[in-house]
Design a protein. Structure first.
Length: 498
């Protein structure tokens, strides 16, 4: 073997065993296992953040790459299916819309479907845009169906975060990951290069490594406390800085979508699992006191509580570099954008996939670290803009909080997208972007941004032909939804918690 083929980076140490730590362990051990020695350190005395229960469809791709059986994963995590998020009161109190994981109608090659629909509306027909989306209609009807490898619906999951970490731990240990229980007390760095050499535990044990993955949560023990990487604070745009979370008993069938319910100082989530419901209230503590937030949450929960409400504080933004020296930050240690569109678990999985692809076998280089950091930064910026959109387009005037959101300055990238859509209904996604065109359209229209102009593609069709085609699409979706089983019944037979 020549020198350049020597595997210089072999010992990978993952600090932290929350969702991020075990996703990293599962992904690295499955894809690169025989080439690496992977150790994960976690501390029972510190525990995990324990929330993070709604996901997006990319999770299915990650699981497929690991070869996981969907029903096994769902049974182990009490999971239900998720077809989208319902935003209640975001435009104004009493208003609601769903951002689904589906596509809207049949796109033409010249322009996406919503241009045809806008033309139809201007001619007095076409119905509601929602009627052209199978996932959205299935969500509203509480229906669901999938079959291994041939689902007609695009979906994600609601899951128990603690059980998910446990499930991935069993998977990773079986692939050879060594787990060490203990408290990391000291990060040893080279006095010459600043690279991390070892983690010293309270027990006295010293764990050496070549590459370190920081999954220690908000504290960023390696990436920030040791390496002083720095943080880009995005709280001017995304001012949420706290949440109170509590689990409750289910009081009815689990619905196949997350509820995001706006209130005067932020919003509240409701996530139905098979065996319980996850609830939380997200707020800006400049506008809402944590005690008031807890009271609001308690008042809103419909079933008996299973856990005491727990306050979690956070800051929105991202680490300046996701990969600094020989340390890669994944999960909350790398940044957090608030849970509005359930993107954190996706971002961890995206980071692991990039790390697998860019793994520095022959030694950590500045170029690899730069490329990885650039990719993560870009992905986070795109998600950030999508989240800000929900707040910026509000018409709420009932509190200083919402008036502030409406009036805030926004990134130029987002301002341009909003202007384009308003003028011409033009919506797009960049080739590496998580949220696709139809997601942007659903949220922009859901938030009341109705374009003043649109593509002329509708003029290609006589009204009666276009009307016939649109009626046909709507009827087809209606029939398909009628044939689907109830979500609750499907879950019970497909993947019941035993
Ligand atoms: P943590 O769960 O905090 O884990 C940190 C780990 O580091 C623990 O194992 C701990 O023991 C270990 N550790 C720390 N310090 C030491 C030490 N000194 N020695 C040894 N071990 C140490 N994401 C979604 O995708 N969907 C959602 O719906 C969603 N909702 C959220 C709601 C809220 C309010 C918040 C705050 C987050 C939400 N997230 C969501 C994000 C999601 O919870 C996290 O991305 C995910 O749980 C990953 O967390 P983590 O593993 O990075 O950190």
């Amino acid at each position: 073997m020549s020198d350049t083929q020597t595997n210089l980076v072999k010992r990978v140490v993952i600090a932290g065993g929350g969702t991020a730590g075990w996703i990293a362990a599962a992904g690295l051990s499955h894809h690169l296992g025989p080439a690496l020695e992977i150790t994960l350190i976690e501390s029972d005395t510190i525990g995990t953040v324990g929330v993070g229960e709604a996901t997006i469809p990319t999770q299915r791709t990650f699981h497929a790459h690991l070869g996981l059986r969907e029903a096994d994963f769902m049974k182990a995590t009490g999971a239900t299916f998720k077809l989208g998020i319902e935003f209640e009161g975001w435009l104004k109190p009493g208003h609601r819309y769903i951002h689904s994981f589906g596509t809207l109608g049949r796109h033409t090659w010249v322009a996406p479907f919503h241009h045809l629909w806008l033309h139809a509306k201007s001619r007095g027909f076409g119905g509601s845009l929602d009627d052209y989306c199978l996932e959205l209609k299935a969500a509203r009807a509480d229906k669901f169906y999938t079959a291994p490898d041939k689902s007609v619906l695009n979906y994600a999951y609601h899951l128990d975060a603690t059980a998910y970490a446990r499930f991935l731990r069993a998977f990773s240990e079986q692939k050879g990951v060594r787990r060490v229980e203990g408290l990391i007390e000291h990060v040893e760095q080279s006095s010459e290069t600043g690279f991390i050499e070892a983690l010293k535990l309270q027990s006295g044990e010293r764990i050496e490594g070549d590459l370190f993955i920081d999954c220690t949560g908000f504290r960023g023990l390696l990436i920030e406390q040791a390496l002083k990487t720095g943080f880009d604070d995005w709280s001017d745009w995304l001012p949420m800085n706290a949440a109170v979370a509590a689990q409750s008993e289910a009081t009815g069938p689990a619905i196949p979508y997350t509820r995001a319910i706006a209130h005067e100082g932020g919003w509240r989530w409701r996530i139905p699992l098979q065996h319980r419901v996850g609830n939380g209230i997200v707020f800006d503590s400049n506008y809402l006191d944590p005690d008031e937030a807890e009271k609001k949450l308690r008042d809103a929960i419909d079933g008996p509580l299973r856990t005491d409400p727990r306050l979690i504080r956070f800051r929105t933004g991202r680490r300046k570099r996701a990969w600094n020296k020989n340390c890669v930050a994944l999960g909350l240690s790398g940044g957090f954008l608030e849970p509005l569109e359930s993107t954190s678990i996706h971002l961890i999985q995206r980071g692991v996939a990039d790390l697998v692809a860019l793994f520095p076998y022959h030694g950590v280089t500045e170029d690899l670290a730069n490329l990885f950091s650039r990719k993560m930064n870009r992905e986070l910026e795109q998600v950030r803009d999508f989240l800000i959109l929900h707040y910026k387009l509000t018409e709420r005037e009932d509190s200083d909080f919402w008036r502030g959101r409406k009036a805030m300055d926004i990134p130029d990238t987002l301002a341009e997208r909003i202007a384009l859509f308003r003028e011409s209904a033009y919506a797009y996604h960049n080739c590496d972007e998580l949220f696709l065109t139809d997601s942007w359209v659903q949220v922009m229209m859901g938030q009341g941004l109705y374009p003043t102009g649109w593509h002329a593609v509708g003029h290609m069709f006589p009204d009666d032909k276009l009307k016939g085609a649109l009626d046909g699409q709507r009827a087809q979706i209606e029939r398909a939804v009628q044939q689907l089983p109830a979500h609750e019944d499907f879950v019970r037979q497909y993947c019941p918690v035993t």
